[in-house]
Write a protein that binds this ligand. Structure first.
Ligand SMILES: [Zn+2]
Length: 219
């Protein structure tokens, strides 16, 4: 198996032999693929992204050459080896007294979608601290116990989402307007009937949705 970077081509389709297929955005079709195929394509997508951004050595600035079937970039000048990196991000459903905290981020493509809070892990911080810090920064809510749920690779461009439940210790919400447009506590009934209440939930194949659905099912 191999992957080719055609991102510089204006129209990549004529570069393929006739009738071989079409190009689709992986993010759009990942949910329709088998887990095996999605994982392989995500791997290729992640490696491509990393390769394109590591053409030059971060130590000495010299050009790098791919080795080990593209899984290592080796500097032609100082021989430093550069490996693909994956950035850990935490994504969490904060729950308190039968309600869950969902927010609307400026980044969301749909104006009325509410989802779990999320953010990147910072150097020197453990995952529980990252959850507590992100929730407090974005919503002003203090959290106590943090419990791991599941994870999802997110190679757009180079993350893995680590999903948690977090116990909310305070009710008052004070959003960070740089990050969020809104955040609210929602009951299970409101989430179950979200369309009637005028909001959308994240896509069914997302870890955010799994966190929400599993919390709903645990009633
Ligand atoms: Zn170098």
């Amino acid at each position: 198996m191999f992957a080719v970077d055609l991102s510089s081509a204006e129209d990549p389709l004529p570069l393929l032999p006739d009738g071989l297929g079409a190009f689709e955005d992986l993010r759009g079709v990942a949910g329709t693929l088998s887990a095996d195929h999605a994982a392989i394509l995500a791997h290729a997508r992640g490696l491509m992204h990393w390769r394109i951004r590591h053409r030059f050595c971060g130590v000495c600035g010299g050009p790098c050459t791919p080795r080990s079937a593209g899984h290592v970039m080796v500097c032609d000048s100082c021989q430093a080896q550069h490996f693909p990196r994956t950035d850990p991000a935490v994504i969490m459903l904060v729950v308190r007294g039968g309600r869950a905290l969902l927010g609307h981020s400026h980044r969301f493509p749909r104006a009325n979608m509410y989802s779990t809070l999320a953010g990147f892990v910072e150097p020197g911080e453990n995952l529980e601290e990252a959850v507590a810090r992100e929730v407090f920064e974005e919503s002003g809510v203090r959290v106590g116990r943090v419990v791991y749920h599941s994870s999802q690779p997110w190679p757009f461009p180079a993350s893995i989402m680590l999903g948690f439940y977090a116990e909310g210790l305070s009710d008052e919400i004070q959003i960070d307007p740089e990050e969020l447009r809104d955040a609210r506590w929602f009951s299970r009934a409101e989430i179950r009937n979200h369309k009637e209440h005028g909001f959308l939930l994240p896509r069914g194949d997302s870890i955010a949705r799994r966190l929400i659905e599993d919390w709903m099912a645990a009633e």
